[in-house]
Design a protein around this ligand. Structure first.
Ligand code: GDP
Ligand code: MG
Length: 162
């Protein structure tokens, strides 16, 4: 069985962009698996010898009153299925209340978790990162998913957790 990596975060942080990067390798086969809901998109990818399955989600809004919606439930299910959860945040927007709510939500799962700081292209990633230390999830892994930057390093970190 390939390890399953779930992409979680509020809307617009770049989950689907990272999903596309992670499933774009030469032998990637983006699978629309029958029987699975449209809210979770599954794909496979590999970096070198490391093969994995990745799950894109509609995301969590971070608003308590919407956590019971279908989309949120699907995301929670994706987290349950995952070996590693990548929690994406946006380096340009900085820390938001929604990020804090999602971090709290994620703490309730006993899952390997990596904080991923996306959209670090053209900005000082180190200073953007400090904003997110208060989430208590360690130093975020910087990437620029739209440019494929930092993705191999991110996957090295994922591997270390398995
Ligand atoms: P999702 O809602 O979390 O799935 O986010 P998307 O993948 O749809 O991306 C939301 C927006 O952020 C899009 O306009 C992307 O082009 C943009 N985006 C994603 N990754 C990056 C990045 O690394 N750098 C920049 N500057 N923009 C990005
Ligand atoms: Mg998306």
């Amino acid at each position: 069985m390939k390890p399953v990596i779930a992409l979680v975060g509020r809307p617009n942080v770049g989950k689907s962009t990272l999903f596309n990067q992670l499933t774009r390798s030469r032998d990637a086969l983006v699978a629309d698996m029958p029987g699975l809901t449209r809210d979770r998109q599954y794909g496979v990818g590999r970096v070198g010898e490391f093969g994995y399955m990745v799950v894109d989600t509609g995301g969590l809004s971070g608003e308590a009153e919407t956590l019971d919606t279908l989309m949120a439930r699907q995301t929670l299910q994706a987290i349950q299925e995952a070996d590693v959860v990548l929690f994406l945040v946006d380096a340009r927007d900085g820390l938001s209340a929604a990020d804090q709510t999602i971090a709290e939500e994620l703490r309730g799962f006993n899952k390997q978790l990596l904080l991923v700081l996306n959209k670090t292209d053209g900005i000082d990633a180190n200073s953007a990162a400090t904003d997110f230390f208060s989430l208590g999830l360690g130093t975020p892994v910087p990437v620029a998913a739209a440019h494929g930057r930092g993705v191999n390093r991110l996957m090295d970190r994922v591997r270390e957790l398995l």
